[in-house]
Design a protein around this ligand. Sequence first.
Ligand code: ADP
Length: 263
Amino acid sequence: MAGFVELDRVSLRYNEEDSALALYQTSFSVEQGEFIAVVGPSGCGKSTLMKVVTGLWPPTAGNVIVGGKPVKGPLSIVGMAFQSSSLLPWRTILSNVMLPLEIVQPYASRLSKDREQFEAKARDLLELVGLKGYEDKYPWQLSGGMQQRTQICRALIHEPSLLMLDEPFGALDMFTREELWLALQDLWLARRPTVILVTHDLREAAFLADRVLVMSARPGRIILDRKVSTARPRKLDSTYEPATVELVHELREHISAARAKAA
Ligand code: ADP
């Protein structure tokens, strides 16, 4: 069966004069509803991978297929969240979450008629991540962790089939990050979007993902595609169980070897 996201020997060179490819002959497949984490040293091509999957940058060679269609330009079926908060400070939390509904079709043209129904959807999502009661606050009245929860709700409000997360918890302290892993797992189990998460945190990858892809630089490529078989729903304690500790250790070894080779 073809995957929901399919990369077939994708290479990308940003500039003619670049000696190394940012992405080299990269092939992988992500099933619908699967949760993938991408890890690797800085500069190995993780963001480049995100850009080709979402159609923000065309590959130099190879094919990218999402939802059965070749990717020819920016995709509208994607929800995205990044490390730094991109919430609009003059909008309330509820109104920030509803922003994509003002932009993405078919929601935008239905918004004035169905506002009540859409608002209920936004409130449900906020409740699911523990933000009930904060709907009318402004982003600056919330902690960093709460702002990231809001960002993830905003990324999901238009029910995208693909959720792309680029280091969404990178700037948060460990305890907040762990809380958000649980919130994201709950959201994923409830909605089952296909997720591609870029992270530097190997425990985060092992806790959240069904599969972890390890990338190496110069040229950027996938050097390991590792299944994570821990049963769901996962508990934070599972990250200290031998199978997960071993997995994190294995990922770390591959990344260290890749860094040593690049140096
Ligand atoms: P990562 O996200 O893993 O840190 P990137 O995908 O950002 O890695 O970068 C992969 C390689 O491509 C790096 O060598 C980087 O310098 C280069 N690169 C990234 N973006 C651009 C760009 N817009 N123009 C030219 N080179 C780029």
